[in-house]
Design a protein around this ligand. Structure first.
Ligand code: NAD
Length: 385
């Protein structure tokens, strides 16, 4: 297949390019390197130094024998996006090219507006570009389990639910509640994709993914192939942040009570799930919603697992709950359904306990580099000032 990855330079985009290339698919990617730039804006950087795009492509060829076509451009350049679709005729476009940090979106009005403009505009432009160039192209769009918030009822793996109000029944979009402007941008993306699917009949896989953790995939066989790894308060997701805290001798810091429950997935399992969804597209004109996670944990439990992993490597650490900078339920019900990925034969091969140890092992050689960014790990961005 021919796959166009928007956001190919990112934490998920790069290993997906390697996975698909290694499977014999033709990979084309676009990225404006904004995560690199914005990470520097908050005084942080990737734990692993990143080669520039040109070198990344060369290293992929050298170690895996794969050819990747990498364009350093903004996907919001509509004419360019259409030109790439025309030139390469992809079967599927994977859309990762969004501002993906909740704290970044909550810094001030400028960051909130940027997040909404960048994320919604790229989704709408992609839909129209596909409609103009070839409406049969499958859009695989990455949303987040965070779109649902934490409702006090089970979360179905379906965009619609039947409701009965005052004796009358109808089908409505399942209610969602974002916990940041970033999460609202993902909710609006989903609404737009549902709308354009019904309007133009475009084929969509809309993935609700839980936070991803990990440093390894089958194809990362050399340091030069590593994907970015963020651990600061703005860009780092919880497991990745805790692993670096342990290495730097900082306490592991669950926000608030730490009873926030989420569905997590390792980088390796996320790549495998994405591969399956790309190789098994929905029917033409279908909108397919997918829940993508492997294990469900509270943040408190994650801190305990990372602490045990660090201790198994001789690193003493402690857990210290800190004031929650976010506005979110700290104890709640959580029960999302998951059936699409298992129906495609997906089963998780990794677990947090083993992966946390592997992550710490991979990060330890970079301890000196990590310690330079110690000051950007503790939460500073507060949802309510
Ligand atoms: N990492 C996770 O835990 C996680 C969990 C759920 C959902 N997601 C979603 O998955 C997607 C990928 O996440 P990630 O962790 O790889 O993030 P990332 O920030 O590492 O990667 C996104 C890439 O998109 C690029 N980008 C952003 N806007 C662009 C634009 N206008 N034009 C071109 N390139 C642009 C960035 O430079 C970056 O390289 C995001 O949409 C994110 O919201 C991630």
């Amino acid at each position: 297949m021919k796959v166009l990855i928007l956001g190919i330079d990112g934490y998920l985009g790069w290993p997906l390019a390697l996975r698909l290339g290694a499977r014999g698919h033709e990979v084309i990617g676009i990225d404006n390197l904004s995560t690199r730039t914005f990470s520097e804006e908050v005084g942080a950087d990737s734990a692993f130094p990143l080669p520039n795009p040109e070198d990344r492509v060369k290293e992929a060829k050298k170690h895996l024998g794969i050819d990747i076509n990498f364009y350093v451009r903004d996907v919001n350049d509509y004419e360019f996006l259409k030109e790439v679709l025309r030139r390469h005729k992809p079967d599927v476009v994977v859309h990762f090219a969004e501002q993906r940090s909740a704290p970044f979106s909550m810094k001030d009005y400028k960051h909130a507006v940027y997040t909404l403009e960048n994320n919604l505009s790229s989704t709408v432009k992609l839909v129209y570009a596909i409609k103009e160039v070839d409406p049969t192209i499958h859009i695989l769009k990455m949303g987040t389990m965070g779109e649902y918030g934490t409702p006090n009822f089970d979360i179905p793996e379906s965009p619609f639910v039947e409701v009965e109000i005052k004796g009358k029944k109808d089908k409505i979009v399942f209610p969602r509640w974002g916990g940041s402007v970033y999460h609202w941008s993902k909710i609006f993306d989903t609404d737009l994709l549902l709308y354009f699917n019904s309007l133009f009949g475009i084929t969509v896989t809309d993935i609700m993914q839980g936070p991803v953790y990990g440093t390894r995939t089958q194809e990362i066989v050399n340091e030069s192939l590593r994907t970015r790894f963020d651990f600061d308060e703005t860009w780092g997701t919880v497991v990745n942040r805790f692993c670096v805290e342990a290495i730097l001798g900082l306490p592991l810091t669950p926000y608030g009570k730490g009873g926030q429950i989420r569905g997590f997935i390792s980088l390796e399992d996320s790549m495998e799930a994405l591969r399956l969804l790309i190789e098994h597209p929905p029917n033409q004109g279908e909108y397919r919603l997918v829940h993508q996670f492997a294990e469900i944990y509270s943040v408190r439990k994650i801190a305990e697992i990372v602490k045990a992993a660090a201790e198994s490597l001789g690193i003493e650490t402690r857990i210290q709950n800190v004031e929650n900078p976010r506005v979110e339920a700290e104890e709640h019900y959580y029960n999302p359904e998951i059936k699409v990925l298992p129906s495609l034969g997906f089963y998780p091969k990794k677990n947090l306990k083993d992966e946390a140890k592997a992550m710490i092992e991979d990060l330890l050689p970079y301890k000196e580099r990590l310690s330079r960014f110690k000051h950007v790990i503790m939460p500073k961005t507060k949802w309510r000032r």
